[in-house]
Structure formats: structure tokens, C-alpha cells
Design a protein. Structure first.
Length: 432
């Protein structure tokens, strides 16, 4: 770098992905050109001999972009720009452009087109925008991969892609192609967005899904449903960093006080999460169950179907970070698992909570009949029968006399037999 004592910034979706992409490249360049730079692994910073610094960082959500405010930058680069959620515009216009003003710095956006042709990166690279220069390359233009054409043809053949395949055109030719099947959870604001839970005096039930993390964020998603509607509503979601078990317990208790989950709390019990769950149950007396994680990809596809059918409604004002994650969370090329290096903590918590809801038992509200009419009494009888059947099902199909002692039931309902003398009739003979 010719300028001394300047700061340059490289941003990817996460600090981990930023390190994977360029950390070794910087090491190789310094070795090749005999630059005696110091590499700070903890802060992901390269200190050059002339006093200039290169900082690597991530911007996984809206709050994280605040860390870049107030910097004086000579250069800033955003990689994977096509995979950034809508807050990319805020990151550039509200944070980075002011940081580049003092030194008349430069801003670079790089990346592969995203699955949905929209957003700032799409506007710049497809339509063009004042002040931006556009450059376009494919793998075939990379001089360090002379065998690229043969390799790409082999990849197409193995996956059964023709030249119109959206993944092929997007990932390998760098073309913008609408392909919401590439998204794991395809959110559409017109069919899935809402401004709140619908009015009407419904008796709402709530559930909580929790995805645990410490280095990564811990995520909390509250779902809501009732017996009269088929839709599941996402009432609230958010995530917090570096939460120890006691802080997670406090957060769960706070949410339970607000919503009243009645035991409908599920938590990621994979890895260290199993110990977290046990501690929540034993130490803090929280009715938490391990989240169901089997066949995660298949259930994600079922949830995607619910989203496309409009049976999932998300309260926009309370779930912006969740919507941001959903808008860019992609499958890998084989559609078998989520692509590596993406942020999906809220999406995971959402999936756990959705799998635990009982919305499929909901039924539309029945017509109301005038009291005293035959239809009214028939409806009341049907409702009483359904409630009794449901009560017995909730008790594991056991009749009332199989339960514990009850003062309103006769003595034989508690399983105790009083000591009384009974004279057997003469004709009674026990078998055997």
C-alpha cells in the first residue's frame, strides 16, 4: 500500500467467512512480496510496515453494521454482496460512505448474483447506477484455472443441468435469474407479511423456539396460533450474542411471563445445548424440551410449502432480522442441505418452534345459531362430545377411573379397596 497510516476494511457476511476468503491470500501476498506484516489472529487485522492496517470483519445482521460507524477508511470491500440481506443498503449509504468521505476512499462490492433479482446489488450490477463502475467475470475468465471449461461441463453433466438451469446461470455464469426454489424459506411480503395478530377475540396459544449459541448468537422465536385459524403467526423474534445459561434462562422466563407458553418451549439440544437444556430444567425449573431436529432439510421444505401457500404470517415490525435471514438463506447446489457459511440462527429457532405447534389441529370457527333452536342444541352437544374426546385423548386414552384419587369420585376410582367382610354366594367357585 502506498498510503501510510490508513485503514482498509474487508466485510463478509460473518467474520469467519471473511477469514476463510482472504486471510491466507494476504499471508501469501506478503510472503511473495517480502512485506513484513503482522497478522493479528484475534482481531483479524493485518498491520503493514508503513502503519496502514487491513481489518477483516462480518456483518451478519442489522445491529452489527453499527461497529463500522465513525471509522476513517481509505478502502472498503464487501464480498458476497449478492448474499447480503436488505440491510446492505443501510451498511453502504448510512455507514460506509460517510466513513470514506475524509480520505476520498473507494468502495468495492463483489459477489455472485442472489436467487431473487432485487436489492441494491441487483440495481447496481444489472441496471447500473451513477458513480459505480461494473465488471463481470465467470469462472471461464479465471487465468489460474485453465481447465475451467472441462470442469464446468463435467459438473453440469453430473447434476443434470442444461444451459437454462437457474443455479448454473447464477453461480457459474454470474447472471441474475429469479429462482426462489434456491431459498430455504421463501418469504414474500405480500403473502407472508402482516402488521399484527388479527383481531376477533381469539384465544391465542404461543410457543417458543430457541437456537443456542455463545460465539454465535442465541436466537428466540415466538409463534402464535389458535383453534379457529389455519395460519401460524410469528409474533416476535430476535437474537443476542454471548449469552451464558443464566442469561438465556432469564430471557426465556421474561418471554414466558409476557406470552404464557404453558410448557411449549423447545430448545436446540445438540452439542453443548443438551447441558443447557438440563440446566434450564433442573436449576431454573423451566419446562423446556429438546427441539426436534431429525430430518431437518425435509421439514424445512415442508415449512417452505407453508410459506408459499400463505399459511405462515410474520409480523414485520417484530421480525426484521428473521426476514433478513430468510431473504438470503440458500440451499447448496444439490438442494440437500443449507449452503455453507450462512447465518441461520433465527431460521433454525423458527423451524423448531413451527414443528412444535399444534396448528394442524385448528378448525374454522363454526356458524353461531340462535340459542334455543334445534341447531343450537345440536351444536352444543357436538362441542361437548368433542371436548370430552379431546380430554380423554390428552390423558392418554385412559378413562377417568384410571387417574388418581378425586373427592368427587367414588372410592373405587382411586384404586383403593376398603377392608370389608363379604360372604361369597354358595355357587361361587374361583377358577383353578
Amino acid at each position: 500500500m502506498e498510503e501510510s497510516d490508513t485503514l482498509s476494511l474487508f466485510i463478509s457476511l460473518t467474520s469467519g467467512s471473511a477469514k476463510r476468503i482472504v486471510w491466507q491470500i494476504f499471508r501469501d501476498l506478503c510472503r511473495k512480496h517480502e512485506i513484513k506484516a503482522r497478522f493479528n489472529e484475534l482481531e483479524l487485522r493485518v498491520d503493514l510496515p508503513n502503519g496502514s492496517k487491513i481489518w477483516l470483519s462480518g456483518a451478519p445482521d442489522r445491529p452489527s453494521i453499527e461497529r463500522f460507524r465513525g471509522l476513517k477508511l481509505k478502502r472498503a470491500a464487501i464480498d458476497e454482496a449478492g448474499s447480503f440481506p436488505p440491510y446492505l443498503r443501510d451498511l453502504i449509504e448510512d455507514v460506509l460512505e460517510p466513513a470514506l468521505v475524509d480520505l476520498q476512499g473507494h468502495l468495492l462490492l463483489a459477489g455472485t448474483p442472489g436467487p431473487i433479482p432485487s436489492g441494491l446489488f441487483y440495481d447496481i450490477t444489472f441496471h447500473g447506477a451513477p458513480g459505480w463502475q461494473r465488471f463481470h467475470w465467470t469462472i471461464l475468465d479465471n487465468p489460474t484455472i485453465p481447465h475451467a471449461r472441462a470442469w464446468l461441463e463435467d459438473r453440469r453433466e453430473k447434476r443434470g443441468w442444461d444451459t437454462s438451469n437457474p443455479t448454473y446461470r447464477r453461480e457459474w455464469l454470474g447472471e441474475w435469474v429469479h429462482d426462489d426454489t434456491a431459498l430455504v424459506l421463501p418469504y414474500d411480503p405480500s403473502r407472508n407479511g402482516c402488521h399484527g395478530l388479527p383481531p376477533g377475540g381469539f384465544e391465542w396459544q404461543y410457543g417458543l423456539g430457541v437456537d443456542l449459541g455463545y460465539s454465535d448468537d442465541s436466537a428466540f422465536v415466538v409463534t402464535a396460533w389458535n383453534e379457529n385459524l389455519k395460519e401460524v403467526f410469528v409474533a416476535r423474534s430476535y437474537k443476542k450474542p454471548k449469552m451464558i445459561p443464566s442469561k438465556i434462562a432469564e430471557e426465556v422466563k421474561k418471554l414466558d411471563h409476557i406470552f404464557g407458553f404453558q410448557g411449549r418451549i423447545v430448545m436446540d439440544a445438540g452439542g453443548l445445548g443438551k447441558g443447557y437444556v438440563e440446566e434450564m430444567v433442573q436449576k431454573w425449573c423451566l419446562p423446556i424440551r429438546a427441539a426436534e431436529k431429525r430430518e431437518k432439510s425435509n421439514y424445512a421444505r415442508l415449512l417452505a410449502g407453508e410459506l408459499r401457500d400463505g399459511r405462515i404470517k410474520i409480523v414485520v415490525s417484530e421480525n426484521r432480522d428473521l426476514i433478513d435471514e430468510m431473504s438470503v438463506l440458500r440451499w447448496d447446489d444439490d438442494r440437500e442441505k443449507i449452503a455453507d457459511g450462512q447465518v441461520d440462527h433465527l431460521c433454525d429457532a423458527f423451524l423448531y418452534a413451527w414443528r412444535d405447534t399444534k396448528h394442524y389441529e385448528s378448525r374454522p370457527a363454526k356458524a353461531k345459531y340462535d340459542p334455543g333452536t334445534d341447531d343450537y342444541w345440536n351444536e352444543q352437544a357436538d362441542q361437548m362430545l368433542e371436548e370430552e374426546v379431546q380430554r380423554m385423548m390428552d390423558q392418554g386414552n385412559r378413562p377417568w377411573w384410571a387417574e388418581g384419587k378425586d373427592i368427587d369420585r367414588p372410592w373405587w376410582s382411586n384404586g383403593e379397596v376398603p377392608e370389608v367382610d363379604v360372604e361369597m354366594p354358595p355357587h361361587f367357585k374361583p377358577h383353578g
